[in-house]
Each structure stands twice: as C-alpha cells, then as structure tokens.
Design a protein around this ligand. Sequence first.
Ligand SMILES: Cc1ncc(COP(=O)(O)O)c(C=O)c1O
Length: 402
Amino acid sequence: MSLKAPLSNAYFAGLQAALSKAGLCEPVLLIDKTRLNQNIDTLKSFLPRGMAYRIVAKSLPSEQLLLHVAKRARTNRLMSFNAAMVAQLLARMPTYDQLLGKPVPVAALANMLSSLKPNQKRALSQVQWLVDTPQRARQYGELASAQKLTFRLNLEIDVGLHRGGMAPGETLQTALAEISQTPHLSLSGLMGYEPHLTKLPKIAGWPSRAKSAAQKTYASALAQSAEAMGARHVKSMVRNMAGSPTFRLYKDTELANELAAGSTLVKPSDFDTPLLKPFVPAAFIATPALKVENGVRVPGGEQAGDLLEAISPGTSVFTHGGYWMASAVYPKGLAPSPLMGRSSNQELLVGPASIGRGKLAVDEFVFLRPHQSEAVFLQFPKLAIFEKGRIVDIWDPLPISA
Ligand SMILES: Cc1ncc(COP(=O)(O)O)c(C=O)c1O
C-alpha cells in the first residue's frame, strides 16, 4: 500500500480487525507506527544540513511516543509547556534537554522545585526556561539565588506573531542586562516562534514580507544579544524557531540552528496545509458504535404530529463517547447531528442509509481523525500502536497537566 494513497475502506477494515483481535472494545487513540515512522523520516529529510530538531512534547504527549520519535529522529531535544510537564519529563527522560515553549509563573516553578527529588534537581541544568519579559527574568533570578541554583533562560522574541515576547531594543536590553548581572542566571538561547507565516492571506506579498520581517527581527535580537554576551556565546546557543506549519521554510542554519515540530508527525487535520502535504495522517480515534439504527428520528418527534414522527432516511450511530475535537472518517459520511446536539457520553452521528445496511455492525469501531493532537491524546487512557496489521503495543499518555 502506498502511504500517500487516501485512507481507504480496506485500511480501516484492517484497523478494525486488529483492534478486535487485540481485545480492544472501548474508545482508544490509535497510532499507525508505519505512518508515524514515514513522517519522522520525511521531517528529517527536510531539515537543512546541520539543523537540529526539537520534539514538541505537548503535541505528542506520551513518554513511549516521545522516546520512539527521539530515537528514530536521533535527537535528545524536547519542548515542554508547563512546570508539571517539565517534572514529568525530568523523571521519565532525565538525560533529555528541555526548552519551555511558554513562560511559566515563577510560583509554579517554585512549587515544582519543591516536589523534585535531588537527582531531578541536578537534571534541571538540562532545562531552558522561556522568559518573555525583564520582570520575569528578575523573578527567576531571585528564585535561583534563593535556591542556590542556576537557571538557563531562553528569551522569547516577538518576530511578528504578537503572542507576547520581546522586540529587539530597550526591553530586550533590560532582560539581557538582568541575566548578565545575575550570577544565578545564564542565557541559553532565543526563541522566535512564527506559525503565522504560513497562515497569512496571499495578498500583495504579505506572507513574504512577514517572513523577511521575522528574519530581520530575529537577526537583530541575535546581534543585540551578541553585543551583550559575546558573539561566540550567541553563535553556539540555542536559536529556536518554527513549528509544524513553518519548519519547511528554513533552508540553512544562518538564523535558527534548531527547529521545533510535533503535530505534523501524526498530522491531525488542522495541519492539512500545502507545505505539510508530504506528511500522512497517523493517529485516529477508534470508538465502538454502541447503537446502529436505520433512519434518523427527532427526539420526542412522535408527540409532535405527523411531520416530525416521520423517520428520515439515513443511519443513526450512537458512539461510545464523543464530542472530541475530531471528525469521523470511517464509515464515510458520518457527522454529528444538530437534532441531538453534541455529547461526550453517547454522541449521535448521522450518515447515509448504506451504513445501517451492513457496513457497520453494533460494537464495531467508528474512526475519527483528530483536528489537533495535544488535547485529544490526553483524553484517552490508552494509545494503541498499530503496525503491520496488528496492535503491537499499548502506550500511555502523559499524566494530564495544563
Ligand atoms: C513555541 C512553540 N514552538 C513550536 C510549536 C509547534 O508545535 P507543533 O509542531 O505541534 O505545531 C508550538 C506549538 O504551539 C509552540 O508553542
């Protein structure tokens, strides 16, 4: 089977057979390992020479999944997103380098420190804390001094996304001064996240001007950091940019020396973009159809006269759970019904009449494709790993953390 081929009925029949052979009979998140591996290799093949790859942990939130990706992609770099996730990854993957993808309140960092075992505290030198303002740099410096620790700070640069962060100039200067004057702080790098670049309307060269502006802003933040910290330091520090939507825009390591991406390795549908076309969907929700009924009935309709009593054509499928950020992909044509509204308990999906005429039996699986991975994966107690026609493993999602 060519993995570029659209997801066929035969493909889902194969998943169905594998799940029931493995005795799985409740909602599960399924990862197709062959497709995942293909995506990892595709991503690696697009990285410019010398470019490091950082795995976005929130988008692939499972220890075994992260370990698998890290091994195949040959990287030890993770991006974590909150203090609890830092602690989880320090405990599970203590030799990995972690860069925070968002700043966390100093109080959350202090709480986390008090929960760490001594060896995990030592591994904190593997963590780069993202700092978006000089004030936060000062707060982190005070905590580091009080705890007799050294924190590595990575500064968030606003390269046009306008999700906070610092622009080059006075504010960045103050943050750099704060770091160089505080013995318990060091500058580990700069982050310039720019997912907007592939989402701007193609009007009057807007995307290409935004891309040049992002590069210019990042370059001037690097130059300013070199002035403050020395050119050698800046050349060797972590220069992080990109995410799944934009990592293919980089052709050399002139500005960024590492790119972050996660979602595209399982390719939820929000990532169906032209640049990510070479990637294939690799994660699906599989959930049993608890009830399969011919026709579609309005709740209480029989009390409302002839018109509503009539059963409209089609098939009603009530799934085990529902209301996920996901769309049904097999059997084809199933969608939530406005008649019943959404339900996390038993969701009504309505589809063509053929589904009820033998295409889907009660307790067989309906497959949905997640819109995004980060929140959806954490809603399932098990990740079922599918490879060569079988469920070969069960992986665990990371414990939930905001
Ligand atoms: C700072 C940062 N870098 C990179 C990413 C990219 O993650 P993904 O590749 O899963 O879109 C994100 C996603 O939110 C992010 O916040």
